[in-house]
Ligand binder design. Sequence first.
Ligand SMILES: [Zn+2]
Ligand SMILES: [Zn+2]
Length: 311
Amino acid sequence: MKKYIVFAIVFFSLMMESQTFDIVPLGIYGGEEEDNLSSYLISKHNANQFLALDAGTINAGIKKSIEKGTFSVSRDVVLKDYIKAYFISHGHLDHISGLIINSPADSKKNIYAITFVQDIIKKHYFINDTWANFTDEGVAPIGKYTLKNLDTQSYTEIPETGLKIKAFELSHTKDYKSSAVLVNHNNQYVLYLGDTGADRIEESKDLEILWKSIAELIKKNSLKAILIEVSFPNNQPEKFLFGHLTPNLLNEEFSKLAKLASKEKMKNFKVIVTHRKPTGNNPEIIKKELLQNNSLELNYIFPVQGEKLSF
Ligand SMILES: [Zn+2]
Ligand SMILES: [Zn+2]
């Protein structure tokens, strides 16, 4: 009996140690459902010190997370105290509208983005014509948010989170940039991609550069998961993708990654599918198409708003 108890303690402590990150999806879709748009809170495990990866939906996602028992504090505490900073992948509203609408209720924090995205935020959103200027620069600044430039060469530390992030540029239709971040805690990693097209369609090398940078981490088992978009089912014509992926295009890209990281290391690798466009039955069709044609044997995870993922 004693032996089993010792075994159980060792087993559970190993289980606990193997978890590095918590992710709370505040919104999972890529349009239409204004109360459930792209936003994923990430923290080191059990710390509630989150960086928001995009901010399409904030308040409705916090509300849902409390209903689901993910958080046992008030909405105000999650917004003001638990969320320490934002990363905005690109300038489209389904990735930033929650931040804008909730800015009057928010606390002082940093917004991290590549220069291209910062310029959109400064030129189009916090300009008083569309919304009061909650940043600390430009015309009549309220001073709540500080825009911080993200480097593509080195890591930027996010205060109060224990996380460091490094950015990668993505192509989201020609001449329109989106971005990804590699999140690092104690040399364990999660990769989050904003909206992106496939290299072949975009005539880009952005994903190739990204895959080359992370392949080594997959080989070393230190990349825990990738969050990546699959916006449309396979029947979406290539000329109407608007800088997005389908299940077939995701396979096309992941087979390139598998060549670099080895098929064996990709087996059971966690892929969190983001940004399905919710028109009609598309989310279910996308799910079916990914699961039916999964020759790399990836572990596809379809996030649910408000339900915490730990790994
Ligand atoms: Zn989007
Ligand atoms: Zn977009």
